[in-house]
Design a protein around this ligand. Structure first.
Ligand SMILES: [Zn+2]
Length: 186
């Protein structure tokens, strides 16, 4: 799968469109993703999805903003379109130290995975190797919100299958890319 701000921006745009165009939605409006207004209340019981997505988008932008401010005390203004946030992120961290840029790339990649999972696009998980057994057999376990290794021999100390957070998969992916100097999920 791809990596970079284009992929992240595209997935966030899809997510944002899904959020804005899927009824029932009571708000927020287009550019209020960083506002402090109360989260929208679902208009029907059992349909919390859009509110969750709104929270997800806000959390992503908040995380990006905090990371920019950690290395750049005077960034350019936050863009008006939510999907432009990753370009803004890159533009404002170009002179950051290598370790910080790797952290940035890990955050962008993890958020890309999060956007996909939020849209129930679970096929983004299998292209990653299991961090423990290094085989391809990871599947998303929605109830646990972790990637589960389906290798029967790959178990944790408690005898249960190994599971991984998206943060761990993103860390492994970006670290491998740094080591190999090329884009790869393998
Ligand atoms: Zn495994």
């Amino acid at each position: 799968m791809g990596i970079g701000d284009d992929t992240a921006a595209n997935s966030l745009r899809l997510l944002n469109n899904h959020f804005r165009h899927t009824p029932p939605v009571t708000g927020p409006q287009g550019h209020s993703y960083i506002s402090s207004e109360p989260r929208p209340t679902p208009t029907a019981p059992g349909l919390p999805y859009n509110a969750d997505v709104a929270d997800h988008i806000r959390a992503c932008v908040t995380e990006v903003t905090a990371d920019v401010l950690a290395v750049n005390p005077a960034p350019t203004p936050l863009p008006g379109r939510v999907e432009a946030v990753y370009t803004w992120y890159l533009d404002n961290t170009r002179t950051a130290a290598p370790a910080q840029r790797q952290r940035r790339d890990t955050i962008i990649y993890r958020q890309t995975l999060e956007h996909a999972i939020a849209m129930r696009d679970f096929k983004v998980i299998p292209p990653h190797r299991c961090p423990a057994c290094r085989t391809f057999g990871l599947r998303w376990a929605p109830a646990r919100r972790r990637a589960l290794c389906t290798n029967m021999k790959c178990v944790a100390d408690d005898g249960m299958s190994n599971t991984w957070t998206l943060a761990r998969l993103a860390y492994e992916h970006i670290a491998a890319r740094e080591n190999h100097g090329r884009v790869s999920a393998t």
